[in-house]
Design a protein around this ligand. Structure first.
Ligand code: BES
Ligand code: MN
Ligand code: ZN
Length: 493
């Protein structure tokens, strides 16, 4: 989609989308008294109740536009960047349904009036546009494909340097998030470890600051990454560990790690019907890391960032890991695999320990569709976060709130810390408490923490946020690209 800013509304577009604040009377009195009266009447007669997001289709016909809509922006004092994203998604939805190609709108000017910053306006608007103008359509016939918008002409009559910068950033973030969605939505027979390696190699191919290393099974065996390798034993696809080095600053790396289980059957502890169907989404963390690395490379972020992606497929055959199998991880700790469905923590354990040992990062942030528990605890609107460092936690909360790819901190009290201690090994991969489900999102993080020594570390469980069963605001049904925005915002700071 082409996004242009202009000093006037563009009458050549099919749709005109005007904004209206609930608490502003006579917004269009000078520009268009006729519309102003019509809106007043509509509101009075309650044809247009005028809460945030409601659309009024005006009766005005004496114009070149095919349609003119007025979108209620809610109260001016309550307008936010998130409401700007959602407003854009409301317009795009209407564009898709009407099969329009282009629209023009005054929303950015109104966002400025509401007090938002130029750069944020540009970024949020572009994010809203690009995130909502997405359709995973490669497997459906032409007739079934959603029509996508092609052009947005946005009114702006002020200094435009920061706005344009924001738009550019928002487009990059939107595209990177859509890449993550494509990877998660893809058939798991296609999106296997080699496919993710190929995708990683395509990121920043033109960028000299990006270097990609891929460890294969042999190398990982030599390194002693048996926690990771044991997860892949039942699969015919090879395990991989992708390391993307992005060097464009001073000081140590910030490492971001993403769980890449290309399919999670549960292993011998097989998942039942009703729980297994969407398990292609179990590489949502990997997809988020790939998307984030693409975004920061395109934005030329002045930092050193390491993207680490352990990839396995949790399948079942005669060689698959058994419950009760004991493995020694990269850091020398022994683990009893009590449940083959608690596989994400196993591959992340080796990835975290290896990353810290080899690259000595200051900070490590891992993203994973790690537990069903986090969904039971928090639902689908927010990811769960566990951290060993309050300042890092605060920064991630801030980035989460600003991007609306939000996190909620879970407790990491002392009492939890021995929950994953083994009986005949150092650790087991299932909590030792009477009910192993109790505090499952936290105990999973406790397990991971045993593979981090010096770094400040945060774990973000995106099991509830990476994949939706229903569309919501600018999210479509299925993959959301959760994690790309929070990480990118965090790294941009
Ligand atoms: N990939 C799943 C977690 C998951 C569940 C993601 C639902 C998205 C939706 C993970 O590997 C898993 O199976 N976790 C188990 C752990 C348990 C066996 C300790 C869980 O949460 O049930
Ligand atoms: Mn599992
Ligand atoms: Zn899993």
């Amino acid at each position: 989609m082409d996004v242009t800013i202009k000093k006037e509304l563009d009458t050549k577009q099919e749709l005109l989308a005007l904004g209206l604040f609930e608490d502003e009377k006579n917004m269009y009195k000078d520009e268009n008294p006729e519309l102003n009266d019509e809106l007043k009447e509509a509101i009075q007669k309650r044809y247009f109740k005028h809460g945030f997001g409601e659309i009024y289709i005006t009766k005005m016909h004496n114009s070149a536009y095919k349609k003119i809509i007025v979108v209620s922006l809610g109260k001016k004092k309550d307008f936010t960047n998130e409401k700007l994203r959602r407003t854009m998604s409301i317009i795009i939805k209407l564009m898709k349904n009407n099969k329009y190609d282009g629209f023009t709108s005054n929303i950015l000017v109104l966002a400025k009036k509401a007090g938002l910053k130029d750069i944020d306006i540009g970024r949020s608007a572009a994010e809203g546009l690009f995130l909502s103008n997405y359709d995973f359509s490669k497997y459906v016939s032409e007739e079934k494909r959603k029509h996508l918008a092609k052009k947005a002409v946005l009114l702006w009559n002020k200094e435009d340097t920061l706005l344009k910068k924001g738009i550019k950033t928002g487009i990059i973030i939107g595209d990177a998030t859509n890449l993550a969605k494509d990877l998660v939505n893809e058939s798991p027979s296609i999106a296997d470890s080699d496919y993710l390696v190929k995708t990683a190699k395509g990121i920043g191919v033109q960028n000299k600051k990006v270097k990609i290393k891929v460890l294969g099974e042999k190398e990982m065996k030599k390194l002693g990454m048996n926690a990771l390798l044991t997860v892949n034993k039942g699969s015919s696809n090879p395990p991989k560990l992708i390391i993307i080095e992005y060097k464009n600053g001073k000081g140590p790396f910030t490492a971001i790690l993403g769980k890449g289980i290309t399919f999670d059957t549960g292993g011998i502890n097989i998942k039942p019907t009703g729980y297994i169907e969407d398990m292609k989404m179990d590489m949502g963390g990997a997809a988020a890391v790939l998307g984030t690395m693409k975004a920061i490379a395109e934005m030329n972020v002045k930092k050193n960032v390491l993207g680490v992606i352990p990839i396995c497929e949790n399948m079942i055959n005669g060689s698959a890991t058994r419950p009760g199998d004991i493995v020694t991880a990269y850091n020398g700790k022994t683990i009893e695999v009590k449940n083959t469905d608690a596989e994400g923590r196993l591959i992340l354990a080796d990835a975290l320990a290896y990353t810290e040992d080899k690259y000595k990062p200051k900070t490590m942030i891992d993203l994973a569709t790690l537990t069903g528990s986090v969904i039971i605890g928090l639902g689908y609107y927010v990811s769960g976060m566990v951290t060993n460092n309050d300042e890092l936690g605060r920064k991630l909360e801030e980035s989460g709130n600003a991007s609306y790819d939000r996190v909620w901190k879970l407790p990491f009290f002392e009492e939890y810390q021995d929950d994953m201690d083994g009986d005949i090994t150092d650790l087991k991969n299932l909590s030792g408490k009477a009910d192993p489900r109790a505090g499952g999102a936290i105990t999973a993080a406790v397990f991971l923490s045993k593979f981090v020594e010096k770094s400040s570390w945060a774990h973000i469980d995106i099991a509830g946020t990476a994949y939706l069963k229903e569309p919501r605001t600018y999210h479509q049904k299925y993959a959301t690209g959760a994690g790309v925005r929070i990480l990118t915002y965090y790294l941009l700071k």
